[in-house]
Design a protein around this ligand. Structure first.
Ligand code: NAG
Ligand code: NAG
Ligand code: NAG
Ligand code: NAG
Length: 390
């Protein structure tokens, strides 16, 4: 007995030591983050039901490719945020504004279609932009957090406790952002020049910074931030023939608008660098979704898609897009409501869904590009986005 124990001791300790070593290294780059929830902020690129809850449903044929009916998304199916949730084995995130059928155990989505970073001075009816700007989304998050705190400290066991995240989850969750495009188009649609809109970018990214800091102050640590896409290639911008639009490039996109998007992205990136200095415990990933979208649109055929500038669900014109008769719109023909914005035959080979938003197929393609970190700064896969590692 004595002898055996002595002989075994060094061997065991070697095993224990090497195991320990593995665990220590793993802390940095081996174990994926265990995000219990996702809190999302943004516009229609990631709206899973917010605007529909507040201002009326995005009707058929939205949702037809996956949900077999309207699902609060401006898309024929899933959005990038849905694929992100799936990748963590989490359910799709409920819209904060959805009063019925929501379950916030694994997060909440504050995004609404038409949201801007800066508060708008016009109503949705006047301009088409959502009143749920990023600061309002933050008020909602703040109240959500406060109410979770209140209810979880009460002793009774009411049903909504089964619909809320745990209090400790707030610091372990992934906070995702995709917002900014509407701040730029809002100015352009008012006939501001590209230079005038450019001049507002520092203020826009400043207000973005404030919200990230506020979430950090409430315990948020892991941030996943998408930059803004090449909106100069989208039918709803191209079709307007804005006075501020310059010539189109070889791909049919308005180059000056895409340059504006890139200027915003450049400032956003500088803001992220600043935030990393200001918020020492945060891990912040900046995701270049612009390059992914631009690659897809400008080399559509190579990636198995066609008609990159034409929308799938729309009506008429060069881009199959009509501002006044959008996807799901109806007209009366001989006293009957007829659905005008019929979807194209095969949305799986199309990039643009309704003139503004991407198809599920495009969203899936984009997700596949960004999930492994190829377009991220720092270049680490999303499942490691909780590690501060620059
Ligand atoms: C709304 O109006 C306020 C006060 O005039 C101004 O400071 C702000 O920049 C305006 N917001 C936008 C998005 O133009
Ligand atoms: C909400 O979702 C969680 C996790 O999926 C589940 O455990 C819980 O029972 C759900 N709540 C209700 C009321 O169904
Ligand atoms: C922008 O300019 C166009 C063309 O001059 C004009 O038709 C449109 O009404 C203007 N839009 C706004 C919001 O002033
Ligand atoms: C990331 O995924 C994309 C799409 O599947 C692939 O083309 C790319 O090579 C991958 N990059 C890395 C670094 O694994």
């Amino acid at each position: 007995m004595e002898v055996r124990r002595r002989r075994n001791f060094p061997i065991t300790s070697v095993i224990v030591f090497s195991l320990l070593n593995q665990v220590v290294n793993a802390g940095i780059n081996k174990y994926p983050c265990d995000f219990p929830a996702i809190f999302n902020f943004g516009d229609s690129n990631s709206d899973t039901g917010g605007l529909s809850a507040a201002f009326g449903q995005a009707g058929p044929p939205h949702g037809e490719s996956f949900f077999h009916g309207p699902a609060g998304r401006y898309c024929d199916g899933r959005l990038v945020i849905d694929f992100i949730a799936e990748s963590f084995g989490l359910p799709y995130i409920s819209a904060f504004l959805d009063a019925l059928g929501s379950n916030f155990t694994h997060g909440a989505n504050f995004a609404t279609a038409g949201s801007t970073i800066r508060p708008q001075n016009t109503t949705l009816a006047q301009s088409g932009f959502s009143p749920f700007s990023l600061n309002v989304q933050w008020y909602q998050f703040n109240d959500f957090h406060r109410r979770v705190r209140t209810f979880l400290t009460q002793k009774d066991d009411r049903v909504f406790k089964k619909l809320m995240p745990k209090l400790k989850d707030f610091s372990r969750s992934l906070y995702t952002f995709d917002i900014g495009q509407n701040d730029l188009t809002a100015g352009l649609f008012l006939n501001l020049t590209v230079d005038e809109v450019r001049a507002s970018v520092p203020d826009i990214v400043d207000q973005f910074k404030t919200v990230i800091k506020d979430i950090y102050d409430q315990g948020g640590r892991s941030f996943w931030i998408h930059n803004t896409g090449p909106f100069g290639c989208l039918p709803y911008v191209l079709d307007r023939q804005l006075v501020s639009a310059g010539p189109t490039d070889e791909f049919g996109c308005v180059g000056s608008f895409n340059d504006l998007a890139q200027f915003f992205n450049h400032r956003l990136k500088l803001t992220v660098d600043q935030l990393r200095e200001d918020l020492p415990k945060a891990s912040i990933t900046y995701v270049d979704i612009y390059s992914v979208k631009y690659e897809l649109i400008t080399r559509a055929t190579r990636h198995g898609f066609e008609h990159p500038l034409m929308c799938c669900c729309g009506h008429g014109g060069k881009y199959n897009f009509n501002l006044h008769l959008g996807c799901g719109g109806k007209v009366k023909i001989k006293g009957k409501d007829v659905l005008v914005g019929k979807a194209c035959e095969d949305p799986t080979v199309r990039i643009n869904w309704d003139g503004v938003h991407y198809t599920q197929a495009a969203n899936k393609w984009m997700f596949d590009q960004i999930v492994n970190g190829s377009f991220s700064d720092p270049p680490i896969p999303i499942r490691f986005a909780c590690y501060k590692q620059y």
